[in-house]
Design a binder for this molecule. Structure first.
Ligand code: PMP
Length: 327
C-alpha cells in the first residue's frame, strides 16, 4: 500500500487555465501521506546496511507524517518504533502515533544547531540501543531515492512523458529532489519549481543563493526549512515561488468546495503553485504536483474559524468557504 497512487485531474483550475493540472493522490498510501514512500525506503535502507534486524527499534525525529508511516511499517514488520518530536505538535498527531504503537518523546522546540534538537536526540537515543537505527529522513538519501524509484517513474508513465513541469513544497526535500532528478534524466526541459511557505529559507536560497527566511511563520506543517538538507542540496530546481498562507489556505478550501478533496494546507500550497505556473506557462501544458495528505490531522486548526481569525486569514477567505469551518 505504498506508491502507485491515483493521478487525479484538478478539473476546475485545469479548465480555467487551459492546462492539465494533475496531482498524485498521496493520501491513498496506507499511512495516509506522501511520507510513506520515504518511510518504506528508509527502513529498507537500514535493513540492507545491516543496521536493523528482527525485533529491532526504528528511531526517528519527525513532526508527523514520516513517523506515522514508520509506525505502520514497524507494526507490519515486527519492529519497535520510537519518535522524538517538537513539543508544539498537535495532540491528534501524538495520539495517532501512540495508537500505532510508537513511543512518543515530545522535546523542547530548539533549532537544528542546538544539540537538543529533536533530530539529535533521536540519533543519540538510537546510538544508545542495540539493534536500533536512526532513519534520519532529512539527510539520508534513501528518502530521495524513494522518489527517484517510485514517484518520478509513476508521473512519467501516467502522463505518457507529456509532463512539462512539476511543483512541490519541500520539508526534507525528498519529493521535489527525487522526482526532479528522475524526470530531468528523461527530459531536461521539464521545469522543476519549488513552492516555499512563509518562514522558510529555501525560496531565497534557490532564487538568490542566500539562506534568508521569507517573513512570517506558516500554518502549513511539514514543509519549509531553515537549512539545505542532504536530500535537497542537489535538487534540480529551475525556479522557486514564495507562497503566502492566505493563498495556500484559500486553495485548500477551493479544492474542498470545487473538487470534493479534503486535504491539508501543504496540498493547498502545492496546487496554488501549480495554478500560478499554469497561468505563467499558458494553455496546453501539463503540470504535476501531489496531494500530500488529508485534512483530518489539521481539522482542529485549519478548519477552525477562531484559529483562522487569529491568524488573520478568515477575513481574506471568500464567504462561500465559511460554510466548511467549525467553532
Ligand atoms: N506535505 C506534508 C504534509 C508533509 O508532512 C511533508 C513532509 N514533512 C511534505 C509535504 C514534504 O515532503 P518532503 O519531506 O519529501 O519534502
Amino acid at each position: 500500500m505504498v506508491g502507485n497512487t491515483p493521478m487525479v485531474r484538478i478539473n476546475k483550475i485545469s479548465d480555467e487555465t487551459g492546462c492539465e493540472i494533475l496531482a498524485k493522490a498521496e493520501q491513498c498510501n496506507g499511512g495516509g501521506s506522501v511520507k510513506d514512500r520515504a518511510a518504506f525506503f528508509l527502513i529498507k535502507d537500514a535493513l540492507s546496511k545491516g543496521q536493523l534486524s528482527a525485533g529491532g527499534t526504528v528511531v526517528e525525529g519527525t513532526a508527523g507524517n514520516t513517523g506515522i508511516g514508520l509506525a505502520h511499517m514497524c507494526l507490519a514488520m515486527g519492529f519497535k518504533c520510537v519518535i522524538f518530536m517538537p513539543n508544539n505538535q498537535s495532540k491528534e498527531k501524538i495520539d495517532m502515533l501512540k495508537t500505532l504503537g510508537a513511543i512518543v518523546n515530545p522535546v523542547p522546540v530548539v533549532p537544528w544547531d542546538d544539540p537538543n534538537n529533536y533530530n539529535h536526540q533521536a540519533r543519540r537515543y538510537a546510538e544508545s540501543l542495540k539493534n536500533a537505527c536512526w532513519t534520519n529522513q532529512f539527510d539520508n538519501r534513501a528518502n530521495k531515492l524513494a522518489h527517484i524509484e517510485t514517484t518520478g517513474p509513476e508521473i512519467w508513465r501516467e502522463t505518457e512523458g507529456k509532463v512539462d513541469a512539476v511543483t512541490f513544497g519541500s520539508g526534507t526535500g525528498g519529493t521535489i529532489s527525487g522526482v526532479g532528478t528522475f524526470l530531468k534524466e528523461k527530459n531536461s526541459k521539464i521545469r522543476v519549481v519549488l513552492a516555499d511557505p512563509q518562514g522558510s529559507v529555501l525560496y531565497n536560497y534557490f532564487k538568490h543563493g542566500k539562506l534568508e527566511r521569507i517573513p512570517g511563520s506558516s500554518i502549513t506543517e511539514g514543509i519549509g526549512q531553515g537549512r539545505v538538507t542532504e536530500n535537497m542540496k542537489d535538487a534540480p530546481v529551475d525556479d522557486a515561488k514564495a507562497i503566502m498562507d492566505v493563498d495556500a489556505v484559500n486553495m485548500t478550501f477551493r479544492l474542498l468546495h470545487e473538487e470534493g478533496l479534503f486535504v491539508g494546507a501543504t496540498t493547498g500550497l502545492n496546487v496554488f503553485s501549480a495554478y500560478e505556473l499554469a497561468k505563467e506557462m499558458g494553455p496546453g501544458h501539463t503540470i504535476v504536483t501531489c496531494l500530500c495528505d488529508t485534512g483530518h490531522k489539521y481539522y482542529a486548526r485549519l478548519f477552525n474559524r477562531n484559529v483562522l481569525k487569529e491568524m488573520e486569514l478568515l477575513d481574506k477567505m471568500p464567504e462561500i468557504y465559511h460554510q466548511y469551518l467549525h467553532d
